[in-house]
Design a binder for this molecule. Structure first.
Ligand SMILES: NC(=O)c1ccc[n+]([C@@H]2O[C@H](COP(=O)([O-])OP(=O)(O)OC[C@H]3O[C@@H](n4cnc5c(N)ncnc54)[C@H](OP(=O)(O)O)[C@@H]3O)[C@@H](O)[C@H]2O)c1
Length: 331
């Protein structure tokens, strides 16, 4: 850091490890280039993606690729955070869509960096107006699960009106978004979650709930057109008997071997297995913001903590039992 550079507070992950590696310190504040906005962050989620990077806990077979992409011995960018909500503080040349003072939501995705006082984003990139009726915390938790759900429900499985959709892990950040989008698209949704989250799943659009601690969706005779596995415990071998003819299995949590096998798995039975990493599309960010502004899509908050307690936020995410999203607030 040179003496002329401005600094900002950020949650830092200087080494891979358990939540105790997370600290709060000062880093260089970004400056907006041509076509970029500088956003002052009000709230940012700590997602399962952040916890995976911090702990270097990736699906089987992905460790080598992840280290190459994110840093061999420590995260190359110690500031994690995939999504945030905040106010446009400054704009670079040629910015046309936003002005200083606009409230926005930003998806940083794999680039991360949202656990800080400022982020930059391209004017034509993954940024959209903040839904006016939502709090900063709620607005900061719309996009991690939301863009994943958009990718798999709309672009991947292409869920159709009237189809029966089973969502395994319906109460996590991804699951709550998948339930809502599938319901919005006219599907009849069955949620797999614990009894404590049954009312939540129904309130988001599930018409039925299967309590995973008592019943196994795969052991009966019922079938679904689409099964979305947000937990990683419903591979094709377990799910195939529960897939209707022409059914699609969406494996949101899937190792490298499973991703390769998905290219041919199930084809003989007339099924399709969809796996991989969700694409980051600016148009999905705008669509989610529009849906949220209309009250058709919402975030679910598990806990809200100040930036200084980022390590606690990581620990809550590591529990594997958060309900929706954990959000950090910044002054
Ligand atoms: N492929 C991609 O591009 C992509 C993108 C985003 C996320 N992901 C992955 O998707 C996964 C889900 O993400 P997330 O943020 O939604 O996770 P999360 O919020 O941490 O999920 C926690 C939820 O899972 C529920 N759960 C735990 N075990 C369960 C089980 N056996 N059956 C049903 N529900 C269960 C918990 O409910 P209880 O407390 O009731 O157990 C809790 O509400 C993560 O592994 C993440 O890395 C992949």
């Amino acid at each position: 850091m040179s003496e002329h550079e401005l600094t900002m507070r950020a949650a830092l992950v200087p080494a891979y490890g358990d939540p105790s590696v997370v600290t709060v310190g000062n880093v260089t504040r970004p400056t907006p280039g041509p076509g970029e906005l500088l956003v002052r962050v009000k709230a940012a989620s700590v997602s399962s993606g952040d916890a995976r990077v911090r702990a270097r806990r990736v699906p089987s077979g992905m460790g080598f690729l992840m280290r190459l992409a994110l840093g061999w011995n420590a995260p190359r960018n110690p500031v994690l955070g995939t999504e945030c909500a905040g106010v446009v503080e400054a704009v670079g040349a040629d910015v046309t869509r936003f002005r200083v003072g606009d409230a926005v939501i930003v998806f940083r995705g794999a680039a991360m960096g949202a656990h800080a006082e400022y982020v930059c984003v391209r004017d034509d990139g993954p940024v959209a107006p903040k839904p006016a009726q939502l709090s900063w915390e709620e607005s900061a938790a719309l996009l991690f699960g939301g863009t994943t759900a958009m990718h798999y429900v709309r672009h991947g499985a292409r869920v159709q009106r009237g189809e029966r959709v089973l969502v395994v892990g319906a109460s996590g950040a991804v699951g709550v978004a998948v339930v809502q989008l599938a319901h919005l698209d006219g599907a009849v949704v069955t949620a797999v979650c614990s009894a404590a989250n049954a009312d939540l799943a129904r309130s988001l659009g599930a018409s039925r709930v299967i309590d995973y601690t008592r019943d196994d969706f795969a052991s009966g005779t019922e079938t679904w057109d689409v099964i979305v596995d947000c937990v990683g415990n419903a591979p094709y071998a377990r799910s195939r008997r529960a897939l209707a003819p022409g059914g699609r299995l969406v494996r949101i949590v899937c190792g490298l071997g499973g991703q390769i096998a998905s290219l041919w798995q199930g084809r003989r039975a007339g099924h399709r297995v969809i796996a991989g990493v969700a694409a980051e599309r600016p148009e999905d960010v705008r669509a989610l913001a529009d849906l949220a502004a209309k009250g058709a899509y919402r975030a679910v908050l598990d806990a809200t903590l100040p930036l200084e307690r980022a390590a606690e936020a990581h620990a809550r995410v590591d529990s594997g039992h958060k309900r929706g999203s954990v959000v950090l607030t910044l002054a």
